[in-house]
Design a protein around this ligand. Structure first.
Ligand code: PAF
Length: 280
């Protein structure tokens, strides 16, 4: 497995791969890899002959009061994980190289990025869409794999790819969970053992809504109330949002009847912000 830091090195490696007749898969990450990321890499490997993983903590998707500087950087562990999961190349540019000096171009995916996390993290999805567009241009993959856990991010990327005609197929991979049901996240490492247990209220809240759907309930207010009641029973959790949304638009719905919908939740637990979602 190769590790490269610059776009010319990356492009040369991808060109060699293409000359050898292999397709290219891509998994963008910010490092601090866990089993969820490794499953994305394995999935990319099933889909393509050569897998590029980017490790880049993207400054433009963090707000001024967010955890950019303390976001965990664990390159040696990440390198080992990538290799074991079957990656062929890690692209890990420096921010100074990757963003040209004075860069002033942004990709803003309107509408779909406005609610949910977008409401509480202004500028976040603009930073995500911009860096993913830059990464897509740098890697030129046939297929890119994203985790379902970041549901709104996935919707934003799909919309950007559609609107800007990026020649890449987007694959969504299921959320990988801790043994207690909490969605895996790089931020789980900030949680104490007690908090990791308290966080189980999030999947339990989603399950409460799903259980109602199984009995035929389609009224979104009732589904939301059932989930909110489970969250409220865990006082350590400070919910930011708990919404029933249309999967195509990420907009809240009044009823799930005849639509593909999901429940999406964000909560603070101490200083850590957790998100999760489930299809309904
Ligand atoms: O999901 C992430 O880790 C990041 O948002 C991504 C897609 C790598 C862009 O920086």
């Amino acid at each position: 497995m190769e590790v490269v830091h610059t776009i010319p090195e990356l492009r040369a490696a991808v060109a060699r791969t293409r000359q050898a007749g292999r397709s290219v898969g891509f998994v963008p990450t910010m490092g601090c890899l866990h089993e969820g990321h490794l499953s994305l890499i394995r999935r990319a490997k099933q889909e393509s002959g050569f897998v590029v993983v980017s490790i880049f903590v993207n400054p433009t998707q963090f707000g001024p009061n967010e955890d950019f500087s303390k976001y965990p950087r664990t390159f040696e562990d990440d390198r080992r994980g990538c290799e074991e999961a079957g990656a062929d190349l890690i692209f890990t540019p420096s921010a100074a190289d990757f963003y040209p000096a004075g860069a002033s171009t942004w990709v803003d995916v309107e509408g779909i990025s406005a609610g949910l996390c977008g409401e509480f993290r202004p500028g976040h999805f603009r930073g995500v869409a911009t860096v993913v567009a830059m990464l897509f241009n740098a890697v030129q993959a046939d297929v890119a794999v994203f985790g379902r856990k970041d549901l709104q991010q996935l919707a934003v990327i799909r919309r950007m790819v559609r609107d800007l005609h990026f020649p890449v197929r987007i694959l969504a991979h299921e959320t990988i969970r801790e043994p207690n049901g909490v969605a895996m996240s790089s931020r789980n490492r900030y949680l104490t053992a007690e908090q990791l247990t308290q966080a189980t209220a999030i999947p339990a809240a989603m399950e409460a809504a799903k259980a109602l759907v199984r009995t035929g309930v389609t009224d979104a207010t009732r589904l939301q109330a059932a989930a909110q009641a489970v969250l409220a029973a865990q006082p350590a959790l400070k919910p930011q949002y708990c919404e029933i949304v249309d999967l195509a638009t990420m907009a809240p719905v009044t009823s799930t009847a005849g639509k593909s919908c999901a429940i999406a939740i964000a909560c603070h637990l101490g200083a850590t912000r957790l998100i999760d979602n489930a299809d309904l």
